[in-house]
Structures are given as structure tokens and as C-alpha cells.
Design a protein around this ligand. Structure first.
Ligand code: 3H9
Length: 704
């Protein structure tokens, strides 16, 4: 038996078993590639070996190339695993459990057979980190499943469940997986003598589909043009599959390589790699992750059956958790359930959810009538009306009934967690959970630590978020917490720039060109201008120095509340959601500016972009220096998953580094002179500018 550090080889019953053992997910890290090649090569001359199995130890087959090694110089590889695998004179079976992603699936496709357990997932997600499958994936997958299906998988990067992979033809058989190694050895023995060897590189039948439908590549480019604007990787993926259909295999591999090389060190790939690791780093809270073991939470209740509560209940049901739903009356709960049912039914109609799965999810949501009915659950999430007196009343009641040790989450976007916790006798069990709308769709969950929240409560809430498919991010208890507080300056500047002469459609265009799916004014129209109108009125009543937004106020007062009234910032035709530029809006803007004596002027696109985003960069630095967010990369994660910031730009602070802290500081200081206090530069921003550091590396004082 040959034993390498990360790849083992042993022979059982005439079958050579190559086991990759490189925790946590068997990425193709240092030594793995060499180990596989060495084992396969050695097996060729070993007469005891009639066939081979490639299998992963631990929780996965192979999660792909080691992403940490991209963008750095790598020693040239003497021989690639793919060549060793499909050059083997003895048949090789890939035995897949967990994930076979990227280089993982590419290695599996270089084997002669693939078997998988039903829970396994396969995919080529390279596009999500700004590259393309560079291990032959763009050439072998179209040969297995046809160019159209291959393009769809490669351009979306989606994980395909094993049963679907079987139907598509990616895997040859599903096995029950009780003892995958044993099943793989049995399979290998059953095909050991079959000749000729079926090498995917030699298959050509499915490639003919491109001849029958030569327009498929252009159609694919067109279909992604809007979503993938400013990006290169998705288009290079299409070009590589196109090459698979028009070039012999080895030439196609060379084309794949050169298209890959165009991407690896591009800004897009750097940003997406950064985002990948930022989303994993955000899970780490100093002093928490290792020392505190969170309790296992099995049952949940959501208090509040409105849009927010319903969305939260759906998140639980989607993740397989039983969840009770409670509100002030059975009628309100029933209405909430009906809304949830409608939401699921829409997905069923669209084809993204099976009816049977909808039924299973609905069955997990149990309507209940009293606080006593939820007393025994492990975690309760309060999602009632966003008013302090209402929340306090609810928490006092919860405190009276909930079992000891229950976790108590309050879903709020702004209210003081400590004030809510103070009405209970167990503030250590109370934590903020800021979900984003729609709660069942948006991935961000801000977990807000109160002054008395226990470390175990924090750890449990962070883990709970991940268990229901969210990205949990720590935030301190400050007005707006970390995410909304960092975004509010953007929203204000957006409104004030219009007073000064920038037009809503001009600002929207700048932000859409930057990469947002929809501009901020069009978003306002979608959500309704009346919501923030009420907030401004409340704020103005409480604070005489509060500077409002008179233009949207005027729009609302004229009945222009957005899409729902046919007009807001834009005009809408009946039954149509397309925004049309409206001269009436221009007139109102001019009128309000004149009434207030505000001089209007022209804005450049760069000034618009910088004013919106620099205001938030400055605010993020303040949030971090106050210790209310742990890392700049956490804020980037929040903007990517809560606010639709274009992922291929990495995140707000990653993008800011492309401008440079010095330039941003100088501009913020200049606007401070011009516009006053709101542009007061953050001390941290100034320090980073002076020391020449990176904004993305900024960390809170408690991070040491
Ligand atoms: C590729 O294959 C290119 C090829 O075409 C060849 C070109 C020549 N590398 O996500 P988790 C780490 S490109 C390095 O929390 P989960 C991760 O950082 C690659 N590290 O677990 C984390 O570390 P830490 C194509 C990796 O269960 C730990 O593993 N493949 C890699 O929620 C656990 O990860 C992909 O893009 C990696 N490839 O999800 C797949 N993968 O504990 C990327 C994971 O220190 N990976 N780590 O924070 C994933 O999508 C998820 O990690 C996976 C597991 C679904 C596998």
C-alpha cells in the first residue's frame, strides 16, 4: 500500500482504490494532483489491478481546484490528472458523494464511469469565481450531455442534484451509498473487462446538436447579456463550449486554456474570489467560534404572520424545520398562511418548485393560537410591527411563557435591542435578527448583539441563520445596525443630488451601468414612496434639526406613490411596470428646488457614482471604528447579499480600493468643506489614506 499525505492507494479484490483525503472538502490542494497522478500511473503496471476507483474521504468527493492558489504563481504541473485518468489502460470509476464541483467534476468526467449517491451534487461553478472550467470541463461536459445543457450548467454554475445528473447523462448510476467504497468496488469489478474503454473525449454524438441548431450560442449570449453585463467569464464559458463543437478535442482543450488564462487574473475574478472568502470569513466572531458550542435547535416559532413573519417562516420550512406561526388572531394567521401558500404556488407555476415539495413545506408550518402553544420551541423569532411599545409587550409575554434556554430573536431593522431585552428577565437570551425583504429570498441575516446577549446566544443565532440558508453577519447595536446604517447615507445623497439638479433617470442609469440590476429611484417606485415618507415625518417631528427630502414628500402628497399609483419618480402605463421618464417629475423637482432657493446644476456620471458610494465608504469606516461591524469584508458581504451590489465588483469596500483610500479621503474632505457635517471624514478613513493601507482590510478595535 502506497501512502501519500493526502492521497491513499490500496488494492482490494482486484480494484485499485485512489482515496483523496484533504479536509475539509478535498480541494485539489498541494500534493493532491501529484498524488492522484502517481497512483494512477503506478496502477497501470500493477497486474493485481484490473480496474480503479477514484473516491473522496470525509464529506465530499472533490470540491474543485484550491481557490486560494488562483491569482498566484503556480509551479508548472508535470502531468495533469485528467490526462492520467483518461489515458489509463484500465477502467476508472469515479464514486461521488457530497460535492463534485469544478475540477472535481472535471476529474470525474475524465474517468470512464461515474456513480453517485442520491444526495450528491455535481457542477461546474467556476463562473461564480470569474473563471471557466479549465480542466477540460467545457470540452467533456458537452460531449456527455449536449452543448445546450452543458452551456446552461456552466454559465449558471448551478449545483445539479445526482438524480438530475443521472437523467442528463453526467453520471451512469446511482447507488444507495451506505458503503460507497464497497459499492464502487463492486461496480468497478462488473465493468473491469469491458473494452473498448469509453473515454468521454472520444464521444461526438451529442456535439451534432450544435450543427442542428447553430444559433444556440448567439441565443445564449443574448439571453445573459443584461445580467452578465460588464463581465467576461460567462461569455468565455460560451466560447469554450462553442469550441468544443467546432474543434477536435485537443484543440478545444487549448482554446479552453487560453480563454481561462484571459480570466484568472482579471479584476472580475479577483473580486469574485474575494467575495467567496469574505462570505466564509463573516462566520467567524472573535472568541466565539472555538470556545462556545451553540445548542442544537430543532423547533421554531415565528410570532407575526405579516409579510416579514411569513417570509421568515418560509425560510424555516424551506430548510426542513418545523415552525409554528402565531399572531394576534386566528384570522391574521390564516391570512398569513394564505400569502405563504400563494408565494409557493407562484414558484410551482413557474416550475422552480415541485407541487409535492410545496406540500411538504406547507405541512411544516403549523398555525397556532396562543403564546402557550409556542412555549416549548427552541427558538422564537418575533416579527411583529416595528414599534418599540409593541415589541416590548410581546417580549414581556414571551418571557413569561418560553421554556428556560429558549433563544429569543427580535426581527427589527432599527430598534434598540437592549431596550427590548430589558423587559425580560433573561436579556442574555435575546438577540437581534435583521432579515431583509423578501425574507425567504434574501440571503443576508444581520445578527445583532445586545449589551447583555450571552456568547452562546450569539453563536446559536449565527448558526441558526446558516442552518436556514442565510449568511449570518455580526452587527453591533447601533441605529440602523451595520447594514442599513452604511446604506442610509447613499439614500440621502440620492435625494439631495436631485435637489441640486441630477435627474432620477440619470442617477438610475449610472447605477445600472455600474452593475445594479435596477436603479435606486426605480426601486423606490417599486417599494412605494409612502413608506419612507412616513418615517421622515416621524423623524422630523422628533428632531427639529432633521433634514428631510422635500421632493419625494411632494410626490407623495400629490398622490404619486410609485408603481402602485401609476406614477412616482417615473410614470407607468396601466398594467405595466416599465418606468417612463416623466416631464411632470422634472417640473416638480425644479419647482421644489426654486422654492427652497437651491441652485440647480449639471452632474457628471462620475460625480454621481462617487457621491453615492463615497458617502457609504466614509460611514462604513465610522461603523468599524466604533466597533459596530467587525470587518470591512463583512460589510461587503452585507452589500452583496442584502442590497444587490454587483458581485463582480467584490463589495463596496473592495471596489473602494480600486479608487484608493487617499483619493476617497480627499474627496470626502472637500465635500465636508462644501456640504458640512454630514461629510465629516472618518478618522479611520483618514488613517488608512495616510498609511496607504487597503480599505478592505479595515477591522474593528475588538478584532485586536
Ligand atoms: C476549479 O475547480 C477550477 C478548475 O476548473 C481547474 C482549473 C485549472 N478551494 O463553503 P464551506 C473551503 S475552481 C479552497 O464553508 P459548505 C472554504 O473556504 C473551484 N478552499 O462549506 C472553507 O474554509 P474555512 C470550483 C475551499 O459545506 C471550507 O472549505 N469549485 C474550496 O458550506 C468549507 O467550505 C468551487 O467553486 C476550494 N475549492 O460548502 C466550489 N471549497 O473553513 C467552492 C471550499 O477555512 N466551494 N473551501 O472557511 C463551495 O462551493 C463550498 O465550499 C462547498 C461546501 C459547496 C464545496
Amino acid at each position: 500500500m502506497t501512502e501519500a499525505a493526502v492521497v491513499r492507494f490500496d488494492v482490494e479484490d482486484g480494484v485499485g482504490v485512489v482515496t483523496i483525503d484533504y479536509p475539509p472538502v478535498n480541494a485539489l490542494g498541494p500534493g493532491v494532483v501529484e498524488g492522484i497522478v502517481e497512483a494512477i500511473d503506478a496502477a497501470q503496471s500493477n497486474p493485481a489491478v484490473k480496474a480503479l476507483v477514484l473516491i473522496g474521504a470525509g464529506r465530499s468527493f472533490i470540491a474543485g481546484a484550491d481557490i486560494r492558489r488562483f491569482g498566484k504563481p503556480r509551479p508548472p504541473m508535470a502531468r495533469r490528472t485528467y490526462d492520467a485518468l483518461d489515458g489509463s489502460s484500465k477502467p476508472i470509476v469515479a464514486a461521488i458523494h457530497g460535492f463534485a464541483l469544478g475540477g472535481g467534476l472535471e476529474n470525474a468526467m475524465a474517468c470512464h464511469y461515474r456513480i453517485a449517491v442520491p444526495s450528491a451534487k455535481v457542477g461546474l461553478p467556476e463562473v461564480l469565481i470569474g473563471i471557466l472550467p479549465g480542466g477540460g470541463g467545457t470540452q467533456r461536459l458537452p460531449r456527455l450531455i449536449g452543448p445546450k445543457a452543458a452551456m446552461e450548467m456552466i454559465v449558471s454554475g448551478r449545483h445539479v442534484p445526482a438524480p438530475e445528473a443521472l437523467k442528463l447523462g453526467i453520471v451512469d448510476a446511482l447507488v444507495d451509498g451506505k458503503d460507497l467504497r464497497k459499492e464502487a468496488i463492486a461496480f468497478a469489478k462488473s465493468i473491469a473487462d469491458k473494452r473498448p474503454l469509453r473515454r468521454v473525449r472520444d464521444l461526438t454524438d451529442r456535439l451534432a446538436e450544435a450543427k442542428a441548431d447553430p444559433g444556440m450560442f448567439e441565443a445564449m449570449r443574448k439571453s445573459i447579456a443584461r445580467k452578465a453585463r460588464n463581465q467576461k467569464a460567462p461569455f468565455n464559458c460560451i466560447a469554450a463550449v462553442e469550441a468544443a463543437c467546432s474543434q477536435p478535442f485537443d484543440e478545444g482543450i487549448a482554446t479552453e486554456r487560453s480563454l481561462f488564462n484571459e480570466l484568472e487574473n482579471a479584476d472580475e475574478a479577483k473580486a469574485l474570489r474575494y467575495a467567496f472568502f469574505a462570505e466564509r470569513e463573516v462566520a467567524r466572531i472573535p472568541g466565539l467560534s472555538k470556545d462556545v458550542t451553540p445548542p442544537v435547535l430543532k423547533t421554531a416559532a415565528v410570532l407575526g404572520a405579516g409579510t416579514m413573519g411569513g417570509g421568515i417562516a418560509m425560510s424555516f420550512a424551506d430548510a426542513g424545520f418545523p415552525v409554528k406561526l402565531l399572531d394576534a388572531s386566528a384570522e391574521i394567521v390564516e391570512r398569513g398562511l394564505a400569502r405563504i401558500r400563494d408565494n409557493y404556488a407562484t414558484s410551482v407555476k413557474r416550475g422552480s418548485l415541485a407541487q409535492a415539495e410545496m406540500d411538504r413545506r406547507m405541512a411544516r408550518i403549523e398555525p397556532v393560537a396562543t403564546y402557550e402553544d409556542i412555549a416549548e420551541v427552541d427558538v422564537v423569532i418575533e416579527a411583529v410591527f416595528e414599534r418599540m411599545d409593541v415589541k416590548k409587550e410581546v417580549f414581556a409575554k414571551l418571557d413569561a411563557v418560553m421554556k428556560p434556554g429558549a433563544l429569543m430573536l427580535t426581527n427589527t431593522s432599527a430598534l434598540d435591542i437592549d431596550e427590548i431585552a430589558a423587559v425580560t428577565k433573561r436579556p442574555e437570551a435575546v438577540v437581534g435578527a435583521h432579515f431583509f425583504v423578501p425574507a425567504n429570498v434574501m440571503r443576508l441575516l444581520e445578527v445583532v448583539e445586545g449589551a447583555k446577549t450571552a456568547p452562546a446566544t450569539m453563536a446559536a443565532a449565527m448558526k441558526l441563520g446558516r442552518d436556514i440558508g442565510k449568511i449570518s453577519a455580526w452587527a453591533g447595536n447601533t441605529d440602523g445596525f451595520a447594514a442599513n446604517r452604511s446604506r442610509i447615507t447613499f439614500t440621502q445623497e440620492q435625494g439631495w443630488m436631485v435637489e441640486e439638479g441630477a435627474l432620477p433617470e440619470q442617477i438610475d442609469k449610472v447605477m445600472v451601468d455600474f452593475g445594479y440590476p435596477v436603479g435606486p429611484f426605480a426601486v423606490n417606485d417599486m417599494s412605494g414612496l409612502d413608506v419612507s415618507y412616513q418615517t421622515r415625518k416621524r423623524r422630523a417631528a422628533a428632531d427639529p434639526t432633521y433634514r428631510g427630502l422635500p421632493i419625494p414628500d411632494r410626490l407623495v402628497e400629490m398622490g404619486r406613490k410609485g408603481q402602485k399609483t401609476g406614477a412616482g419618480w417615473y410614470r407607468y402605463d396601466k398594467g405595466d411596470r416599465t418606468p417612463h421618464v416623466d416631464p411632470e417629475t422634472h417640473r416638480i423637482i425644479k419647482e421644489v428646488a426654486a422654492e427652497r432657493g437651491i441652485q440647480q446644476r449639471a452632474f457628471t456620471e462620475q460625480e454621481i457614482l462617487h457621491r453615492l458610494l463615497f458617502s457609504s465608504v466614509n460611514e462604513v469606516c465610522k461603523i468599524i471604528e466604533e466597533g459596530k461591524a467587525l470587518r470591512a469584508s463583512d460589510i461587503d458581504t452585507m452589500w452583496l447579499n442584502g442590497f444587490g451590489f454587483p458581485r463582480y465588483r467584490g463589495g463596496l469596500m473592495f471596489w473602494a480600493d480600486s479608487i484608493g483610500a487617499r483619493e476617497i479621503y480627499n474627496q470626502v474632505a472637500a465635500w465636508h468643506q462644501r456640504y458640512g457635517g454630514r461629510w465629516q471624514p472618518s478618522a479611520l478613513l483618514r488613517q488608512i489614506a495616510e498609511t496607504g493601507g487597503q480599505l478592505r482590510d479595515a477591522k474593528a478595535p475588538q478584532m485586536g
